[in-house]
Design a protein around this ligand. Structure first.
Ligand code: EPU
Length: 423
């Protein structure tokens, strides 16, 4: 298993190009199943989750071609004319929960899907009942057997329905949005997630010929169409990668230019950074991040967009570890997303986590230690801590980090970090 060996204490300064968004690329790749024709996707991040989604789609019969590989990111051509399988195995779902995003498009286009039921997850229960209830309302027959979801649509296809999600769900909204594009009649999704990644998917579907109203709001109205065509799309920048590197600059007292990203995508994170004493300036091609004052403690409450993103909670907690004063982090989205807190304590942090709350008393400095990533964002938080800590930090299980950050060590090394990958 690969590890990062980090010798901390170097300011992270320079330019980091921000990659395309993982959580936009994955549903858009899944949505390519709906197209009659070729889909071309630009700015797709080269990360393990995308490789897994490419594998999943090719196993089913999609022809996946990589057109251009820049220094970061790639262009993918997806052509689904020879579709042969509608089954997603446990093997792939256990590696990538986002495989559940295949359910909606498969059912809409082929009226049948069999997807392994995702199991437990290190950040919380993460059930998919809301997806399944909504698909049932659209006429699908759902059976749970032998660890698989088997879903069958009526002979004439799914039908439009009025759906209210009890809790905002990102992939739930995306699954139903995709399913509704080819359903008979109108679907209304209430309490829809309005994360930028959901809007990017919706824009992509509209370019394919879908009829969607209310993009970016909590109510989406979709009138089903007969078919969708191929199209080209440029995946939006990754706001969580942007926020993660912004914290690297703030923590180490460096100055970073984050290229090809936009402030509008992460307003709540910028408010947090500003309150902590970090300057964020927008330029035409990206953001400049600079620590202006000693870092102050700021409370964080995670919420669905436009609230503070749960995916930024762990990296932001690392920043709070050496802030002056005490901050309280409230995690409202997932029920077990503080695994990084115990690892940060091993590096000298003072965090008390209980239930949905963590109390962080700022300490003067962190010190290097061997630590272990338990999930993608926890891993990122530990890398950030290693960059700021005195001495050597070894972050184990960085396959979690590789799932969602494109060449993290190379991007950081280019800005002065002492970070090596060891196998
Ligand atoms: N929920 C249910 N039942 C459901 C669906 C969701 O109870 O049927 C609950 C979840 O357990 C959770 C809450 O609703 O407590 C919200 O979960 P959501 O469904 O929104 O999460 P998700 O769609 O599984 C996506 C991202 C996550 C991100 C969350 C929240 C993708 C591929 N994944 O997950 O990204 O944390 O939304 O914003 O888009 C990451 O990138 O590190 C990551 C975990």
């Amino acid at each position: 298993m690969d590890k990062f060996v980090i010798r901390g204490g170097h300011p992270i300064s320079g330019v980091i190009p921000i990659s395309g968004s993982k959580n936009a690329a994955l549903p858009i790749m899944a949505a390519s199943i709906l197209a009659e024709g070729v889909v071309t996707l630009e700015n797709v991040p080269c990360i393990a989750d995308v490789t897994d989604m490419e594998f999943l789609l090719s196993e089913m019969g999609t022809q996946v071609t990589t057109l251009g590989n820049g220094k970061y990111g790639k262009t993918l051509k997806l052509s689904t004319c020879n579709f042969k399988s509608k089954v997603v195995s446990y093997d792939i779902v256990s590696r990538m929960r986002a495989s559940i995003l295949i359910l909606g498009p498969l059912l809409a286009k082929y009226r049948f899907a069999q997807v392994s039921l995702p199991g437990g997850c290190s950040i919380g229960a993460r059930p998919v009942g809301f997806h399944l209830n909504a698909l049932s309302k659209m006429g699908a027959r759902i059976k749970l057997q032998k660890g698989y979801i088997t879903a069958t649509a009526p002979v004439r296809g799914l039908k439009g329905a009025d759906i209210t999600f009890p809790t905002t769900t990102v992939t739930g909204t995306e699954n139903i949005l995709m399913a509704a594009t080819l359903a008979k009649g109108e679907t209304i999704i209430r309490n829809a997630a309005c994360e930028p990644e959901v809007s990017d998917l919706a824009e992509f579907l509209v370019n394919m010929g879908a009829d969607i109203e209310g993009i970016g709001t909590k109510t989406l109205r979709i009138r089903g169409v007969e078919h969708l065509t191929g199209t080209a799309h440029y995946v939006l920048p990754d706001r969580i990668e942007t926020g993660t590197y912004a914290i690297a600059a703030a923590l180490t007292g460096g100055e970073l230019k984050l290229k090809s990203t936009k402030l509008i995508l992460l307003k709540s994170v910028v408010e947090f950074l500003n309150a902590a004493g970090v300057g964020v300036t927008e330029e035409h091609d990206g953001l400049i991040i600079k620590k202006l004052d000693p870092i102050k403690s700021v409370d964080i409450i995670t919420n669905p967009y436009p609230g503070f993103p749960t995916d930024m909670q762990a990296p932001a907690m690392t920043l709070m570890c050496t802030a002056s004063g005490t901050s309280v982090v409230t995690e409202n989205i997932f029920d077990n997303r503080f695994m990084h807190a115990l690892e940060l304590n091993r590096m000298g942090a003072d965090i008390y986590a209980h239930g949905p709350t963590a109390v962080i008393k700022g300490v003067e400095k962190l010190s290097g230690a061997p630590v272990m990533a338990s999930d993608l964002r926890a891993g990122a938080a530990l890398v950030l801590a290693g960059l700021a800590a005195e001495g050597e930090t070894v972050v184990d299980r960085i396959y979690h980090v590789d799932r969602g950050y494109e060449q993290m060590e190379e991007k950081l090394r280019g800005c002065g970090a002492d970070i090596q990958r060891e196998s």
